[in-house]
Design a protein around this ligand. Structure first.
Ligand code: GLN
Length: 484
């Protein structure tokens, strides 16, 4: 049986009806990983033994009628989520041997619901990147064309789900790292409202922007797992004091009469013809489903990229100061003195993109420049958030492309950071405003997939998933899978 062809929802049904066991399902994926992942490099660690033990426990619970809500379903976790006793590297030499003494809330919640971890996925170092080429553990390949990048920073998560080496994977998004790789790998990726998913045990990049979510094969699968990950966590002071929302409840409701906003600032920009066509087709589908299309203005949106590249590096320079070779992580050999220990540990332990961000961030925060850069960026961030609030008075969701185009060849943008940063031009605004965003497949060009993005008002993940699901019930883009 081709178990990997079933959706997560179908797999859960199959397990409940005892059509197959979790050990069978888990072994099936582990075999696929061992067959295909040498080439794709989507996993940093495969936790075979752990997975089979947990699958067996799930099967026992089914037998004893004590099953948990997501019992026996396999999942891959981005290697940014701490897992007690299992390596968590964040794609960096700095943490290449790090075993966290505790688990992240995301891992714990899904584990408590019975999910079976297959392994930890590859990622750009400390989640900085858009191509998964900055990982200490080597680049990840896009299953649609192995000469192309899967996007980043959650490139390993997107690559393994797209290649059907895992039915779903966790991911994180600071400026687009869930939605951009989802777009480049033909998947559905959702970043919830800031504070929906606990950041406890999720290695920090830029704390006011980082948010956990999932990459999946459909909105329905994404809803099932995002619901399990969400909810208040007293261990994260920025976690919202709200119960996990019911994300499946509205999934099948029609979107007739609801309003989709098209930001004129995005559509004024020149886009490749195939992007424009894919988006126009998606708009037609939504019109056909009874949605109303309204033009909106996000007048400060063009400031988003510069704002992000002050705030994210500033927060990263503070967060990454903890890697000093004293407490944990990599330590250089034979330091002469304390200063040499700090300097050489950081020089040897971090890759060049991480160093670039630390330098920019330290500069932006230094006395004399703080007001001109950091404070100014924070004020401008509020302007972007205000634009969204204004727009959401008139519309339910805001639609745009997710990425400027389809995937690009490995190495093509590595020497040009600005080109790389432009990958997130459509995704960053939602992070600045703390809003939920989803990317869903809506087209392709030269055999590579392309996604559209929907951004919703605060806490309206259910509405985003409803829009995504109704599109997926009427189109087949999300069903296309690469031949690996
Ligand atoms: N590509 C962006 C960056 O490098 C976003 C990364 C992310 O969302 N983690 O900062």
């Amino acid at each position: 049986m081709n178990l990997h062809k079933l959706t997560l929802r179908e797999q859960l049904e199959g397990l409940k009806k005892n059509e197959f066991s979790s050990v069978e399902l888990t072994s099936h994926y582990l075999e696929r990983i061992s067959k295909h992942d040498e080439e794709l490099n989507s996993f940093i660690t495969v936790t075979e033994e752990h997975a089979l033990t947990h699958a067996k426990l799930a099967d026992d619970r089914y037998k004893n009628n004590q099953s948990l809500p997501l019992d026996g379903l396999p999942i891959a976790h981005k290697d940014i989520f701490c897992t007690k006793g299992i390596k968590t590297t964040c794609g960096s030499k700095m943490l290449s041997d790090f075993e966290a003494p505790y688990s992240s809330t995301v891992y714990t919640k899904l584990d408590n619901m019975g999910m079976v971890m297959l392994g930890k996925t590859n990622m750009d170092e400390f989640a900085m990147g858009s191509s998964n080429e900055t990982s200490y553990f080597g680049p990840v390949k896009n299953p649609w064309n192995k000469k192309y990048v899967p996007g980043g920073s959650s490139g390993g998560s997107a690559s393994c789900v797209s290649a059907e080496l895992a039915p779903i994977a966790t991911a994180t998004d600071t400026g687009g790292s869930i939605r951009q790789p989802a777009s480049l790998c033909g998947l559905t990726g959702i970043k919830p409202t800031y504070g929906r998913v606990s950041r406890y045990g999720m290695i920090a990049f830029a704390s006011s922007l980082d948010q956990g979510g999932v990459v999946a094969r459909s909105a329905e699968d994404a809803a099932l797992i995002l619901e399990g990950m969400s909810g208040h966590d007293p261990k994260d002071s920025t976690s919202l004091k709200l119960e996990a929302p019911d994300l499946l409840k509205n999934l099948d409701k029609p979107i007739k009469g609801m309003k989709i906003g098209l930001p004129k600032e995005f559509f004024e920009k020149e886009m490749p013809e195939f992007v424009e066509k894919a988006i126009q087709d998606a708009i037609e589908t939504y019109k056909h489903l009874g949605a109303e299309i309204v033009e909106v203005s996000l007048k400060n949106i063009n400031l988003s990229l510069p704002i992000y590249y002050i705030i994210a590096p500033a927060e990263c320079s503070a967060n990454l100061s903890r890697y000093d070779g004293v407490r944990y992580g990599y330590r250089c050999e034979d330091p002469k003195d304390l200063e040499d220990l700090f300097m050489r540990t950081r020089e040897e332990g971090f890759g060049s993109e991480v160093k670039r961000r630390i330098l920019i961030g330290t500069y932006a925060l230094s006395a004399g420049f703080y007001d001109a850069y950091y404070l100014k960026a924070q004020k401008c961030r509020q302007l972007v958030a205000n634009d969204f609030s204004e727009a959401f008075k008139a519309v339910d969701v805001i639609l745009s492309p997710t990425t400027p185009g389809t995937s690009f060849k490995a190495g093509e943008k590595s020497d040009d950071p600005i080109e790389m940063y432009l990958q997130d031009i459509f995704t960053i605004p939602a992070n600045l405003a703390g809003l939920p965003g989803i990317s869903i497949p809506c087209g392709e060009n030269s055999g590579l997939p392309l996604g559209m993005q929907l951004v919703g008002n605060s806490l309206q993940e259910d509405k985003l998933l409803q829009f995504a699901h109704s599109y997926q019930m009427n189109t087949d883009w999300h069903k296309k899978m690469p031949n690996i």
